[in-house]
Design a protein around this ligand. Structure first.
Ligand SMILES: Cc1ncc(COP(=O)(O)O)c(C=O)c1O
Ligand SMILES: N[C@@H](CCCC[NH3+])C(=O)O
Length: 444
């Protein structure tokens, strides 16, 4: 397994992250456990901030909290000077409860409810990324009823087919549930309509082409299309964009075959394209906003499991089961995502067998890794799966009524619990047995 960030093998042959031996983390917090390398998260935040600062353009780096939305992460993002992208009342609530400055929060989503819009307006968030005509009218109506003005970006689809890791993660193409299409004229129509809405201030446009993208061409093409659009809007409507948000999607290394660029290379490509394609359109270049999620937290996360049972099917394969699975990491089942793993309590032992890592859910598709080379595993061993910081905790479920794991931040030999492990009582906390049913006589 590739060792990310502060991960290393210590003298005892154990995996250590942030100076914490994972066998000790298991003793203290149990498994499954999400372990987040705080230093690596901060490093990624700074790589974005420094690269944009070096570009000389105005900018905001908004952490896409959908990747991993917990209060400690919101605080960390604030401390590092990032803005925040939220996509639901729940993510907004998490951010506000963490004390995240509302003026640096951007609200996304293709179906914001009236409740969510009111909540965000009451909180005084910095900007709505408006997705469609229904929302445009709704936002204007609610803002007018509250007598407030609100900044908006219009989400556009630039018609770029990005090389995302899965079709479900591509969003820049015309056939997408998100945004106003530039190619068919709806984006232009949206700018016209926005200008006529008294309580809305149009800052510019937003384009997010997809996720886990390794090359820069898609982003550069999106900038070119958005710049062409900006030119038309300026010429025909005399409206200038002061902000262009280019979304997230910057890839990370999950397994050997993944070839992400350094953060600075993505940023240089984007800012270079903005300087090139926006030159001569307006009096000054727009501010550039981005929304990285995966590339801030993805490789900082490791999930620690305890090995339980195994099953060998001669001539076919050996299954090794761990105490978690698709409940804490649905990505292999959903996108056939690939991961690397390490026997964390005997990390220096040579690999002697090829096994497949199964979860404990009642689903054949509950497989974390097909075919990984490991030392011979025994019940009670610890298995670490790398790169689980993004879209794992945030996409976790209680399927089979399995409690969601705890999350710890580790740094400099210290571990801090940031999410408690769910308890059995948490699992039934919202259950109600109506009296009508409770009173039924028990049938024999
Ligand atoms: C609108 C928007 N912004 C930002 C992101 C974050 O993307 P990523 O985690 O790939 O950086 C996403 C998710 O793909 C998104 O849909
Ligand atoms: N959730 C996805 C990517 C889509 C993210 C949000 N648009 C993943 O785990 O890869």
């Amino acid at each position: 397994m590739f060792l990310h960030g502060t991960s290393r093998i210590n003298d005892a042959g154990h995996l250590e992250i942030g100076g914490c031996d994972v066998t000790e983390l298991k003793a203290e917090y149990g498994t499954p456990l999400y372990i987040m390398d705080e230093q690596l998260i901060r490093r990624r935040c700074r790589e974005y901030m420094d690269a944009f600062a070096a570009s000389g353009l105005g900018f905001q780096v908004a952490y896409a909290s959908k990747a991993f939305s917990v209060m400690a992460m919101c605080r960390l993002a604030d401390e590092e000077g990032l803005s925040l992208d939220v996509v639901s009342d729940g993510e907004l609530y998490t951010a506000l409860q963490a004390g995240f400055p509302p003026e640096r929060i951007h609200f996304h989503g293709n179906n914001k409810t009236p409740f969510e819009i009111e909540m965000a307006l009451d909180a005084g968030i910095g900007c709505f990324v408006v997705d469609n005509f229904v929302e445009l009218d709704l936002l204007q109506a609610i803002a007018a009823s509250k007598r407030v003005n609100v900044n908006i970006l219009l989400r556009v689809t630039p018609g770029v087919e990005a090389h995302a890791h899965h079709a479900y993660a591509a969003t820049g193409q015309t056939d997408s549930k998100f945004g106003f299409d530039i190619g068919n004229g709806t984006a232009f129509e949206a700018v016209q309509q926005s200008s006529a809405k008294e309580n809305l201030t149009l800052l510019g446009v937003h384009s997010h082409i997809g996720s886990q993208i390794f090359e820069t061409e898609g982003f550069e093409m999106a900038v070119e299309r958005v710049a062409d659009f900006a030119r038309r809007v300026k010429e025909e409507l005399n409206t200038e964009f002061s902000v262009v948000n280019l979304g997230g999607g910057f890839g990370i290394r999950y397994t050997e075959g993944d070839t992400p660029l350094h953060v600075s290379e993505y940023v240089a490509a984007i800012t270079g394209a903005v300087k090139k394609f926006f030159a001569g359109i307006g009096a000054k270049l727009p501010e550039i906003w981005v929304e990285p999620g995966r590339s801030i937290v993805g490789d900082a996360g490791t999930t620690l499991y305890t090995v339980g049972t195994n099953k060998t099917i001669p001539g076919v394969r050996k299954y090794v089961a761990v105490d978690g699975g698709m409940g804490d990491n649905p990505r292999p089942a959903l996108y056939e995502s690939k991961y690397e793993a390490l026997l964390a309590n005997r990390a220096n032992d040579p690999a002697v067998e090829t096994v497949s890592i199964a979860g404990k859910c009642c689903e054949s598709g509950d497989m974390l890794i097909w075919d990984v080379e490991l030392p011979e595993t025994k019940s009670g061993d610890l298995l670490a799966v790398a790169c689980t910081g993004a879209y794992n905790y945030s996409m976790a479920s209680n399927y089979n009524r399995i409690a969601r794991p705890a999350v710890v931040f580790v740094q400099n030999g210290q571990s801090d619990l940031v999410v408690k492990r769910e308890s059995h009582s948490d699992l039934i906390a919202n259950d109600i047995v109506p009296e009508r049913i409770a009173k039924q006589p028990v049938t024999k």
